[in-house]
Design a protein around this ligand. Structure first.
Ligand code: BTN
Length: 241
């Protein structure tokens, strides 16, 4: 049985869970019809619309937090593949953006709150289900799209929601080693040039592999180095991927 909380309106489902993680049980998921102040990675805003499904799943002391966001990304791929009649190719852009037809259809923001010995991880997921192309154009988001705008198909919101929650719990219980080959298969970056954007500046390299701990292995003229997802964003040189 899934423990799901439905809200009519909330600032951010992640904020809602964060403020209550002492009292909410492990595995509780929270969604809302309207999210007014969704947050993205690195302090960005996350554009709201009723065509976007916001969701936060609370996990208490989950396995291997360093690779959790990557596994949550895989869970979203699993769920989209299950709920669309003619599933498109669903890929991941390191570390965890979900990509369809070279556009971002889902973002993931995992945040941790400690209570004594307990690490509460809030897995925030925003899936663009049914916004129009105009929605993204008007907000100057050329690299984003919805399942509907990119494939002409939109899954049933409720079915997708339940499927994502189930898949997140399954993937959260799996060691990254068991997801590793699938993760690499879904990754769009390998073999491509990437711009690694961090607070200390930018570095251009080629993405060559993923380490067993989820780090992206890159190579430039100085040799190989590993990039951790933390505060870093990876972009293609000519576009998003
Ligand atoms: C990203 O920058 O790619 C991450 C976006 C995460 C958005 C989701 S929507 C549900 C949850 N609540 C938030 O405020 N953010 C996440």
């Amino acid at each position: 049985m899934q423990n799901l909380i439905y809200l009519e309106e909330v600032d951010s489902t992640n904020n809602y869970v964060k403020a209550r993680c002492g009292e909410l049980a492990d595995g509780v998921a929270v969604t809302a019809r309207i999210q007014t102040a969704g947050r993205g990675r690195r302090g960005h805003e996350w554009a709201d619309d009723e065509g976007m499904l916001p969701l936060s799943v609370l996990l208490k002391n989950p396995l291997d937090c360093d690779t959790l966001t990557a596994r949550v990304g895989l869970a979203v791929c699993d769920a989209i593949g299950k709920t669309l009649e003619n599933p498109p190719q669903v890929c991941l852009k390191w570390a965890n953006d979900v990509i369809v037809a070279n556009h971002k259809v889902c973002g993931i923001l995992c945040e941790s709150v400690f209570f004594g010995d307990c690490r509460n991880v809030i897995c925030g997921i925003g899936i663009n289900i049914s916004q129009s192309e105009d929605f993204f154009r008007e907000r100057n988001l050329p690299h984003a799209g919805s399942l509907w705008s990119l494939t002409g198909q939109a899954p049933d919101r409720e079915e997708l929601l339940k499927s994502v929650v189930e898949a997140v719990k399954l993937r959260a219980a799996m060691p990254f080693a068991d997801c590793y080959n699938e993760y690499k298969k879904r990754l769009v970056n390998l073999g491509l040039s990437v711009r690694i954007i961090s607070p200390s500046g930018e570095r251009i390299a080629t993405a060559v592999d993923v380490a067993p701990n989820g780090f992206l292995i890159c190579r430039d003229e100085d040799g190989e180095f590993a990039v951790s997802s933390g505060e870093v964003s990876v972009r293609g040189l000519d576009g998003y991927v």
